[in-house]
Design a protein around this ligand. Structure first.
Ligand SMILES: O=C(O)C(=O)[C@@H](O)CO
Ligand SMILES: [Mg+2]
Length: 257
């Protein structure tokens, strides 16, 4: 059975952000991920990780002004300086948390514009080369447009093209099974084909994005496939609990017993 990381942006939201680390550890998790750490000091986060014996698996570069609709800058025209700033901003958090994987959001832009594809590629290569010196992977994640309208990276084929054009061993795919199912389906075959590119996996039930125990996907089967494909990383539990985080953890106990 794969190892699971609690996503503290979606789970344990009954607690204040810094208290979610202890709550996740008390619930049996040994690893966490979240979208953004930037509202808190790096040393505060590091303290919570070490006090609770947790591994930091992943977080994102800053998306910019989320409330104003910004979703990262990697593919956004005229925002190259802003993108580079997000890498600088992330560094104290990378060092403090010892995270090995960072997700760069593409932003909202037109994916059919070849100039933006070139810009995206250039920005990703620039950031990946810097992160490589610190032994950190940079990830890109196709996100379905129902959840994030207008998002640039909304297609697994485009992600594959970008990764192969970049040819950077530390630039990899964040395969969110929830988004894959909404975008294209054919999850097991895609996992098989894309496994050499995958740096991180996330899960949720489809279509409601609740626990992975209800809905159109058979996660028991998919976890078996992921093991069979020798995926050694964590799986991020990026779902919104139906009725309380702790109350909803029955699926994890059943799958891991
Ligand atoms: O929405 C998702 O799925 C993510 O993994 C986030 O990092 C991006 O919003
Ligand atoms: Mg995701």
């Amino acid at each position: 059975m794969p190892r699971f990381a609690a996503n503290l942006s979606m789970m344990f939201t009954e607690w204040a952000f810094l208290d979610r680390f202890a709550a996740a550890a008390d619930a049996g998790f040994t690893a966490v991920e979240y979208l953004f750490p930037y509202d808190h000091r790096p040393d505060e986060i590091a303290k919570r990780l070490s006090a609770n014996g947790l591994t930091q698996v992943l977080f994102n570069l800053s998306p910019g002004d989320w409330a104003a609709g910004e979703r990262g800058f990697a593919a956004c025209p005229g925002r190259q300086a802003a993108f580079r700033d997000t890498v600088a901003t992330a560094f104290p958090y990378i060092v403090a948390t010892n995270v090995r994987r960072i997700h760069a959001m593409s932003g909202c832009a037109d994916p059919t514009d070849p100039k933006l594809r070139d810009l995206y590629l250039e920005n990703l290569c620039w950031a990946a080369d810097i992160l490589a010196r610190h032994d950190v992977e940079l990830l890109i994640e196709p996100i379905n447009p129902r959840d994030m309208p207008g998002y640039f990276l909304r297609d697994f084929d485009l992600a594959g093209e970008i990764l192969s054009a970049a040819a950077r061993s530390n630039l990899r795919l964040q395969f969110d099974i929830y988004h894959r199912q909404v975008l294209r389906g054919d999850v097991a075959t895609a996992l098989r084909e894309l496994m050499p590119l995958i740096g991180h996996i996330q899960i949720a039930g489809v279509p409601q994005r609740h626990e992975p125990d209800l809905g159109e996907l058979n996660y028991a089967f998919l976890f078996g496939e992921i093991d069979r494909l020798n995926y050694l990383g964590f799986i991020g539990c990026e779902y919104r609990p139906r009725a309380g985080t702790i109350e909803g953890l029955g699926w994890l106990r059943r799958m891991t017993r």
